[in-house]
Write a protein that binds this ligand. Sequence first.
Ligand SMILES: Cc1ncc(C[n+]2csc(CCOP(=O)(O)OP(=O)(O)O)c2C)c(N)n1
Length: 356
Amino acid sequence: MVKKVLKTFEIDYLQVLDEHGKVDESLMPKVTDDDLKKLYENMILVRTFDKKAFSLQRQGRIGTYLEVRGQEASQVGSTYAMKDKDWLFPMYRSTGALIVRGQPMTRMLQYWGGDERGLISPDEFNNFPIAIPVGTQALHALGAGWASKLTGDGLVSVVYLGDGATSKEDFMSAMNFAGVYNAATVFIVENNQFAISTHRDEQTGSETIAQKAIAFGFEGIQVDGNDVLAVYKVTKDAVDKARRGDGPTLIECYTYRMGDHSTSDDAARYRDQKEVEEWAKKDPIDRMEKFMTEKGLLDDTYKDKVQADSTAAVKEAIDAYEKVEPANPEDIFTYMYAEMPTQLKEQFEEYKESKK
Ligand SMILES: Cc1ncc(C[n+]2csc(CCOP(=O)(O)OP(=O)(O)O)c2C)c(N)n1
């Protein structure tokens, strides 16, 4: 037997800001004080919206919702590295990413209230609709990143996936073609340790998710997903690399889903509360507050103002959402196909009859 000696591998792991709010200055990304404030303000806005959306669902004012809690840094830090016209391919838990990308909160409430018009991207941004089917968005992002590589339009596509999605063939096909075509695509896997009740350890035999990129011929990196500075840094590097035409990157944000999977789930049935308490100590916002206080960028007045502004913005979004004219139920029929198939035509007629 002949032994083929292949490259052995290592995976880079980055943490800049630890859970006590201490920063490793040698690893600090290039950010101004203004950037630090914006990152913080965005995380507070996301958490405020998230809490309120959860409570609106409980009151029956929206249909369903998937909480971001615990993942604010991995979403805000990464989208902050994108240019407005870059392509965002969000999943159902990407509320934080969408907020940074200018998606009006009113529209997000519309969507979770059952109105598809909530997915319309603002003109200044290229936000794709949220993908509910797990992993399908990876292929869409690969397509956009490949197109950018071919046309040289200088845009990058960034896709968000959960750890569970990495077991899907869509993820693997997208990774494969990204490697083959050197697509301008950045894959962000928010490894929040769960796919509903399936723990990360039951999801894959790989030691890290980041290392999966190696099999497809490109770079994978693991980052502390509760550290907004590290997430920003690795995403900025990956986005810049893709924009230069130097190919894709897989970023694994190592984080934790603090809430239930969705408003229809009860995580207490399958996970230990002690684990949740341990992760609460690693909260992405607490550590940023400690760091910014130490740096002289955060005091009680500023903190209260950020919270008050976020609360007011969310309230305004809810008021506007509750005044939106309901969508026309006929849209369900007319928007599905360019040409309606026979059965749908029949159902449409039936529906119209029922309204007479
Ligand atoms: C194709 C497909 N299969 C199954 C489901 C049901 N489903 C919804 S969420 C989910 C778990 C996904 O977990 P993960 O990718 O880790 O993301 P997370 O929800 O933890 O953010 C599953 C299996 C689905 N939405 N789509």
